[in-house]
Write a protein that binds this ligand. Structure first.
Ligand SMILES: C[S@@+](CC[C@H](N)C(=O)[O-])C[C@H]1O[C@@H](n2cnc3c(N)ncnc32)[C@H](O)[C@@H]1O
Length: 316
């Protein structure tokens, strides 16, 4: 069985999670995700038994509430999804627009699950007023209720009793991390969309983000940041500054379909930055990793850690 996924999400790290996981300490007390989105890294980490506790946060409040329901009430949520999905069939498109209107009015997270499962390519879109405005997928019916229920149950089994979920701006999460936490940050991409990204509910400002990372370094916190990257030789996004003393790992994320269409053979490369406190702890940090499709994690595989580390240093 594959690692469960609650819903498709723009920018999900699901397929890169096995590689990113290699840069986590062998045993992590708590993994903190201030920009958790679909929580792909935490779910993969829990499936590997690589952390004991999790703190999931996303500024998008209905999304955070949805994650909390998945973790704590998967049966009730699955039942609600089943009823909504079945009601869909008389006039599927009209039904979707009604649910979308109702979600924008009520911000009910249970409706969001249906929208995420039914919208075009699972790609969320928000307008300038923060209203969900993605269209329905006219060719697919969305995840079958039975499949959805199985995913919700599996995720809950991995995270229940060890996870807190909040909806704060990321600075408020970083202000409250503990010295033994490991923080994984996957902020909205800068290079693609600047500070306003219609794919997400909110964005971040580069200078503020850099200042926050400096603050974490001062406290010797171990953190990882997925941050922009390059397509072929072209970089997108402003690199994080050298004064942060981050270790850059480049991950080959796959061939760009756009470039292939244009007859170019270009690889998308994503940047993963490791904080000095984390890089110090790892014995050997390969700086280029290839992502292979067969690296998808399997739920039943052994949970033996495969990150090579020195004896962990205590951080004060
Ligand atoms: C690139 S996505 C994260 C994807 C995630 N790693 C996954 O695997 O699904 C970035 C997330 O940051 C959230 N976000 C944007 N601005 C934020 C802020 N100021 N504080 C916290 N979260 C924020 C967005 O709602 C979005 O879900």
């Amino acid at each position: 069985m594959k690692i469960p996924q609650p819903f498709q999400y723009q920018g999900s790290k699901r397929s890169l999670a096995p590689l990113i996981l290699q840069y986590l300490p062998v045993s992590t007390t708590r993994l903190v995700e201030p920009f958790c989105g679909s929580a792909a890294l935490s779910i993969a980490t829990a499936a590997r038994g690589r952390a004991r506790e999790f703190w999931l946060n996303d500024f998008n409040a209905p999304l955070a509430k949805l994650l909390a329901l998945i973790v704590n009430s998967p049966k009730e949520l699955g039942k609600h999804y089943r009823e909504l999905w079945r009601a869909d069939h008389a006039d599927a498109l009209e039904h979707y627009y009604q649910v979308r209107e109702s979600f924008n009015r009520t911000q009910d997270e249970q409706l969001l699950l249906y929208l995420l499962a039914r919208c075009v390519k699972g790609a969320v879109r928000y307008n300038g007023e923060g209203l969900f405005n993605q269209s329905p997928d006219k060719r697919r019916l969305g995840t079958q209720p039975e499949t959805m229920q199985a995913s919700l149950n599996a995720i809950s089994a991995l995270l229940r009793g060890k996870t807190i979920v909040t909806s704060l701006s990321y600075e408020n999460v970083l202000a409250n991390v503990r010295s033994d936490d490991v923080v994984y940050m996957d902020p909205p991409y800068q290079g693609v969309c600047g500070e306003r990204d219609s794919r997400y509910f909110a964005g971040i400002a580069y200078d503020d983000f850099v200042a926050q990372l400096e603050g974490l370094n001062r406290k010797n916190i171990r953190f990882l940041v997925s941050y922009d990257g390059r397509l072929g030789n072209r970089s997108y996004g402003k690199p994080l500054p050298a004064r942060l003393r981050l270790k850059l790992v480049e991950i080959e994320a796959g061939r760009s379909s756009q470039a292939t269409l244009l007859g170019r053979d270009e690889m998308t490369v994503e940047s993963l930055y490791l904080s000095p406190a984390l890089a110090d702890e790892l014995e050997m940090v390969p700086t280029m990793r290839r992502h292979r499709p067969d690296e998808q994690l399997q739920l039943m595989e052994n949970t033996v850690p495969y990150g090579k580390t020195k004896t962990p240093k205590r951080v004060s």
